[in-house]
Design a protein around this ligand. Sequence first.
Ligand SMILES: *Cc1c(COP(=O)(O)O)cnc(C)c1O
Length: 493
Amino acid sequence: MPEKIPALDGAAPALGDMEGAAFRKAGHEMVDWIAQYLDGVEGYPVLSRVRPGEIRDALPPSAPETGESFEEILADIERVIVPGITHWNHPGFFAYFAISGSGPGILAEFLCAAFNAQGMLWRTSPAVTELEEVALGWLRRLVRLPDTYEGVIYDTASIATLHALAAARQEAVPRVREHGLAGRPDIPTLRVYCSDHAHSSVDKAIIMLGLGLNSLERIEVDEQFRMRPDLLAEAISRDRLHGITPLAVVATVGTTAVTSVDPVAAIADICDREQLWLHVDAAYAGAAAMVPGFEATVDGCDRAASFVVNPHKWLFTPFDLSAFYCRRMDRVREAFSVTPSYLQTPNSEPVRNLMDTGVQLGRRFRALKLWMVLRHFGAEGMRRRLAEHIRLAALFASWVDASETFERLAPVPFSVVCFRACPPGLQGEEPTLDDLNRRLLDDVNATGDVFLSHTSLDGRFALRLAVGHIRTTERHVARAWELLEKRLAASWS
Ligand SMILES: *Cc1c(COP(=O)(O)O)cnc(C)c1O
């Protein structure tokens, strides 16, 4: 028997939410705090300097028994949390992909939390479903995809690729929804193809879909790190000969290490001929298609079955928001639509319910931030910012090319430069060079002014500078170059 719940004690604090006046006061303080943080972000080291466990140990192991004031909480954010933040907002952040939020995006997240609308059904907030359609329509036109693609917002590109391959599986494997894959003698080994440089999210999707990693064939790239379509065609023929059933190809527009672009049109020819699902992963570089002179970035993508681009990567939309476009969204619905009676809606509502387009039931109101960002900056404002990032990367690459102590390791199609220190006399000394570059990277990052990351190219340790933050200017890129040159000179002399 449950214990009897005591009646409310008149002396206890009132129930209900934070009181209106207190919310207003704290809210104003918070906005001031954020504005000050963003304006002063260059005062922090980019890469957090805390030790493992330091944040956890600075906080009590149990929740406070009685509520605390907003002032106390904010004080702990400054004292404990901020030191544990790696400042993705720092204009010297050049690691991985320098993803960027923005003022209108931050305000939109604020509003999104306030509405707390959950868009599983059209009726659970018609604006969530319909604004998603509108914002994704705007983005689709900006990145030059035809209107025949239906869009849906997921959290990340990894989840978008998972849904793309699930739709491919739904199309290729009879009654997979009902019978699955295990224990079926009627289903041969299935194969998915991508390049050596495709993102690890393809591997994860394959694991998740029960295909097994042996079903993934990585096709070699050419000297510019692009998938070789001739080798793709060969692999498909060889597989067919051995009774393996090709399922899908994932082409990448803007690979994660070097931002190379697979020859999508040639790959689409093969997919058409072989009747394979073509998914294009343009998580980062899809955005570039809106920049004048970069229209060719998405050549052939209009022939893909599905396409993903991340506004949270290079379109100034706070993490997370991934835009998935699909010409066969009916396959996604076929794969995932399950409607228990409590979620049934009258047939008189001829609407799209977001819960049908994927694994998640609940949907955040993510469209709000994309729509507010696009409205605030306008298409022209977005284009100019992306073009400036591309210019800054080209400038940095020109410094590398002109230097006698550094060398470039890959073409620079967009805003990422792969390079390394290679002082005279060390050419060809690969282990020494790897070691030197590893130390140089740590050394430069320890200054706190910049944060660069690394990758491995043809077995060589490569430094990687990615421009993408909305506050990054020529001064910051020049600072990165100055630090690299000075630190190399210091360690080398
Ligand atoms: C960043 C990236 C991803 C993964 O993005 P998430 O949204 O974090 O899942 C996938 N593919 C490519 C090419 C990427 O650059």
